[in-house]
Design a protein around this ligand. Structure first.
Ligand SMILES: NC(=O)c1ccc[n+]([C@@H]2O[C@H](COP(=O)([O-])OP(=O)(O)OC[C@H]3O[C@@H](n4cnc5c(N)ncnc54)[C@H](O)[C@@H]3O)[C@@H](O)[C@H]2O)c1
Ligand SMILES: [Zn+2]
Length: 379
C-alpha cells in the first residue's frame, strides 16, 4: 500500500491483485472526480467502454450541491449520468430499494459497461454496492462516501449488502470498487451527531492498530471538531490505510484477521439491541460506550492498565461521545451478547486491547467478568 501526498490530495493504492484500486482523499476538488473516475474505469475491462452511470444517492445529498457536483464532473469526463434518489436512513437498505434500482438499470438498458456511483453514507454505499455486485453479475462501482463513517469504514473493504427485516446486512456480497473518491469538504454539511459517530470508529483504529495515531487524535481533537480540512484529510486517509491493511490480508473475511475491527462492537451491538434502535444510542455512540466497557473488561483480565481506559474516556469526551451505558441493564446486555456472531461453543468472544495499538480476540472473559465491566461502565 503506497501513500502519495501533496498539500491537498492524499492517495493510497489498495493492492488486491486484479481487483486493486485507488483511494483519493481531497478537500474541495469536486471537478477532479471526473478524471479520477475515467482513469479508474480505463484500468478495467468493463470500465474502458463505460459511457454512462447510475448515480445512487439519498434525498439529503440530492438537496445539497454534492450530487450535482459529482454528476457535473462525470459528465465532463464523458460519462452520462442518470440519478436515483432514495429516502435517507437505514430502512432504505432493503430488497425493495434494490429492486427499484434494478428497474432503473433495466430502464437505462445498462450492461456490464455501465458504472454505479454510490454517493452518500454507508447506507447508500452498501445498497448501491449490492446492486453493482449483482446486476449483470457485476458492474464497475465507484464509491463517493460523504459521511465520516462511510469515508473511514464502510467504503473500504468490499463488503456490500442489504438488510433482511429480521437480520442486518445478511444479504450481501464481496465486490471491490474500481476506486474510492473522498472529498472531506462534503463533511461540512454532515449533521454534528453523524460526525461524532464517525469519530468513534476513528478512535477505534487508534486503539486497535496504531498508538501513534491515537496520540495524534488527542493532539488534533480541536482541529477535527472544527472540521479543518488538513486535519480531516489526515485522519480519513490514515483510517483508510489502516482498514485497507487489514482487509487486504483477509479480503473475504476467512482468516479471522478482520475480527480486530470489531473492538467495541460486541458490547456496542448489544447496546444498540437493548436500547432498541430507538435513537437513544446511534451506532457510533454505542461503539464508543462499548469500547470503554471492553477496555474495562481487559483491565479485569489484567491485560491493560486503568490509565488506558481513562485516556480513551477523555478523548471520547472531547469528541462529544458517551463513555457509559447509562440506564441499560447489564444482564440484558449480557443476554444480547450471547447472540453475537463471533461466539464459539457458547462462549462470548471479545476483541480486547493488550496495549494501545494492539488487540486480541479472546474467549477468556466469563459472564461474571463481563457483568463486572458493564457495572463499572454504568455510571
Ligand atoms: N460495508 C461495510 O463494511 C460497512 C461498515 C460499517 C458500516 N456499514 C453500514 O453503514 C451504514 C451506516 O452508514 P452511515 O453512518 O454513513 O449512515 P447513513 O448512510 O444513513 O448516513 C447518515 C445520515 O447522514 C446523511 N448524510 C450523509 N452524508 C452527508 C453529507 N455530506 N451532508 C449531509 N448529510 C449527509 C445521510 O443522508 C443520513 O441521513 C449502516 O447501514 C452500516 O451497516 C457498512
Ligand atoms: Zn461500527
Amino acid at each position: 500500500m503506497a501513500d502519495r501526498a501533496d498539500a491537498h490530495e492524499l492517495r493510497l493504492d489498495v493492492a488486491l491483485g486484479p481487483r486493486s484500486y485507488a483511494i483519493q482523499v481531497v478537500s474541495g476538488r469536486p471537478a477532479h472526480l471526473g478524471s479520477f473516475t475515467r482513469r479508474a474505469l480505463d484500468a478495467t475491462w468493463a470500465g474502458k467502454a463505460c459511457r454512462s452511470a447510475l448515480v445512487i444517492t439519498d434525498q439529503n445529498l440530492a438537496s445539497l450541491p454534492h450530487a450535482a457536483n459529482c454528476e457535473g464532473a462525470l459528465e465532463h469526463a464523458g460519462i452520462a449520468c442518470r440519478r436515483a434518489v432514495l429516502a435517507p436512513g437505514e430502512a432504505t437498505k432493503n430488497l425493495g430499494s434494490a429492486s427499484r434500482l434494478f428497474d432503473e438499470l433495466v430502464g437505462m438498458k445498462a450492461d456490464r459497461h455501465t458504472a454505479v456511483i454510490a454517493l452518500g453514507g454507508g447506507v447508500i454505499g452498501d445498497l448501491a454496492g449490492f446492486v453493482a455486485a449483482t446486476y449483470a453479475r457485476g458492474l464497475p462501482l465507484l464509491m463517493v462516501p460523504t459521511s465520516l463513517l462511510a469515508q473511514v469504514d464502510s467504503s473500504v473493504g468490499g463488503k456490500v449488502g442489504i438488510n433482511h427485516p429480521q437480520a442486518k446486512n445478511i444479504i450481501g456480497a464481496f465486490h471491490q470498487p474500481i476506486g474510492v473518491w473522498i472529498d472531506t469538504d462534503t463533511l461540512n454539511t454532515l449533521p454534528p451527531r453523524e460526525l461524532r459517530c464517525g469519530l468513534a470508529e476513528v478512535v477505534k483504529y487508534g486503539v486497535i492498530l496504531d498508538a501513534a495515531f491515537f496520540d495524534e487524535l488527542e493532539a488534533a481533537s480541536a482541529a477535527i471538531i472544527a472540521r479543518q480540512p488538513e486535519a480531516l484529510r489526515a485522519i480519513v486517509a490514515r483510517c483508510c490505510r489502516l482498514k485497507a491493511e487489514v482487509v487486504t490480508r483477509d479480503e473475504r473475511e476467512e482468516t479471522g484477521l478482520r475480527a480486530v475491527l470489531n473492538f467495541g462492537h460486541t458490547v456496542g451491538h448489544a447496546i444498540e439491541a437493548v436500547a432498541g434502535y430507538n435513537g437513544h444510542f446511534q451506532h457510533g455512540e454505542a461503539v464508543a460506550a462499548g469500547m470503554v466497557a471492553e477496555c474495562r473488561l481487559a483491565q479485569r483480565l489484567g491485560w491493560i492498565d486503568p490509565a488506558l481506559t481513562e485516556r480513551l474516556i477523555l478523548l471520547l469526551d472531547r469528541f462529544g461521545l458517551p463513555s457509559s451505558i447509562s440506564g441499560l441493564d447489564p444482564a440484558q446486555l449480557l443476554e444480547a451478547m450471547s447472540r453475537d456472531k463471533k461466539n464459539q461453543r457458547g462462549k462470548v468472544r471479545f476483541v480486547l486491547p493488550r496495549c494501545l495499538g494492539r488487540v486480541e480476540l479472546t474467549d477468556a472473559a466469563g459472564p461474571e467478568d463481563v457483568l463486572h465491566a458493564l457495572n463499572a461502565t454504568g455510571a
